[in-house]
Design a protein around this ligand. Structure first.
Ligand SMILES: *[C@@H]1O[C@H](CO)[C@@H](O)[C@H](O)[C@H]1NC(C)=O
Length: 469
């Protein structure tokens, strides 16, 4: 034994030196790909980029970037409809609801059929931009791949017997009958009453008096099923009595994930429900697509490392995370727009939107400043979909000016080339911003590699560079 051990070490050292370039599967294996750890500073989970080969339910690697942009647009439209207080596309055609409540005028598929041109291709979905983690459910606990969403509150997953529809998912579908701690929630419960605020869709009631939720995400994606209660667990940490949706009709294909974790600010969100045990805050680092993983932590965080901006309150939607953008500079020079332009639209920060949306005048000034700074560095390339400031080359290969996004209170995102430009194909890279007339959104390309904390208890959002790769 005493002789063998150093020998083994020496061998493995040799092996490491002999193969300095490990392929991506080795990188994934060397990570504890589904790290779940509860300690005195809270809950710590692995977070995967939706297209990372290390994700337990990766999107197809050949997914064209145009699909990402199309779905991003659908997400924006959905968030905008939330803020406009229009009900988002309600899945009124779900046959789970037939006989349980009055059907809306408009006939079968009425309000669900949107004019969106998004093709419902397996693997391509509203969750195209959303990061992925794991969650355990039931007793005994089984583990599910879930997308993480700061733009919605209700957590749900596909549920056996999938009485209307389930899409293909990684691993088995949750079976409530196999859990000793599962309970369906009655229509009279206060949590059932909370659904309208959480999903912006009315709840319904089954003939056996079980509360029915309808979660919809624009893009014709939705989940309808029974509001339920069970023990949720992450590694050694388990939390009984967690309210979530047991989805019996799931349409719109969330990659191969089992469902969605809602982290917005509503009583039904996972964040709020775990707050009594962990504290009312979460932080994450969104990794780039080529990195193995980032993290999601719920609970306390190291306050010293962050610069903060107050969470702005908005009467538009109490559950989304609003911030106040105060300025943008390119290579140290502030954009040539009056400061009031930055506040001309309500602004949210969102984990599932890929491309940041800015007020038109701010966007135009940013586009001009970046194009001017890069004029000698790279030839321009044609417009790509909503992205109109494109260059020949790649974000990593070009000299890209530093872009600083400043927020009220002094928090700053000092963007690296990979946060400024996004590669749309092998030879083209574009400014990863677009103009909007509706709601400005700080998207996830700009947040990648930063640690971002959402401290709801203290009503502040913080940024720190160097959170992950
Ligand atoms: C808790 O675990 C996380 C993740 O492993 C680690 O980064 C952190 O330092 C730990 N905190 C304490 C107080 O042990």
């Amino acid at each position: 034994m005493e002789v063998l051990l150093p020998l083994l070490l020496a061998c493995s050292l040799l092996f490491t030196i002999a193969t300095p370039i490990r392929d991506i599967t080795d990188v994934c294996a060397s990570q504890i790909s589904d790290f779940q750890h509860l300690n005195s500073s809270g809950l710590h989970l692995t977070l995967h980029h939706p297209q990372s080969p290390c994700s337990p339910a990766p999107l197809p690697s050949d997914l064209p970037f145009s699909a990402v942009v199309t779905h991003d647009d659908a997400r924006i439209a959905h968030l905008a409809s939330r803020l406009a207080n229009n009900h988002p596309t309600s899945p009124s055609s779900s046959s789970l609801l037939h006989g349980h409540r009055k059907k809306k005028a408009g006939g079968v598929g009425g309000s669900q059929a949107s004019s969106s041109s998004v093709p419902l291709t397996p693997g391509a979905s509203v969750a195209v931009g959303n990061y992925v983690t794991r969650l355990g459910l039931g007793t005994p606990a089984t583990s599910y791949v879930m997308v993480v969403d700061t733009g919605s509150s209700l957590t749900w997953l596909q549920c056996s017997p999938c009485s209307v529809s389930c899409h293909r998912q990684a691993g088995p579908v949750f079976d409530p009958r196999a859990s000793g701690t599962y309970a369906a929630v009655q229509c009279s419960s206060s949590e059932c009453g909370e659904l309208q605020a959480a999903t912006l869709n009315p709840s319904a009631c089954s003939v056996s008096n079980v509360c029915i939720y309808q979660a919809s995400y624009g893009d014709s994606s939705y989940s309808v099923g029974y509001l339920s209660k069970d023990t949720v667990s992450f590694g050694s940490g388990s939390f009984p009595g967690f309210y979530y949706g047991c989805g019996q009709d799931n349409e719109g294909l969330f990659g191969r994930s089992a469902g969605l974790i809602g982290l917005a600010k509503n009583k039904l969100s996972l964040l709020y429900q775990l707050a009594p045990s962990l504290g009312y805050a979460f932080s994450y680092c969104l990794p780039t697509s080529s990195a193995a993983a980032g993290y999601l932590s719920i609970g306390s965080y190291n306050p010293g490392q962050y610069s903060y901006t107050p969470m702005a309150s908005s009467s538009l939607d109490a559950s989304l995370y609003f911030v106040t953008l105060s300025g943008i500079s390119v290579a140290g020079a502030p954009l040539a727009v009056p400061p009031s332009e930055y506040r001309s639209l309500p602004t949210i920060i969102d984990s599932g939107t890929v491309i940041t949306r800015l007020p038109p005048n701010v966007y135009t000034a940013l586009s001009r400043a970046v194009a001017a700074a890069m004029a000698s560095a790279a030839p321009r390339a044609p417009t790509y979909s909503i992205l109109d400031t494109c260059f020949r080359g790649s974000a990593a290969g070009l000299r890209v000016p530093r872009v600083d996004m400043a927020f009220a209170g002094g928090a700053t995102l000092a963007l690296s080339p990979g946060n400024v430009l996004i590669d749309v194909d092998d030879s083209t890279t574009c400014l990863a911003f677009a103009p909007t007339g509706g709601t400005a959104i700080i998207g996830n390309t700009q947040q990648q590699t930063f640690s971002v904390v959402y401290d709801v208890a203290q009503s502040r959002i913080g940024f720190a560079a160097g959170g992950c790769s």
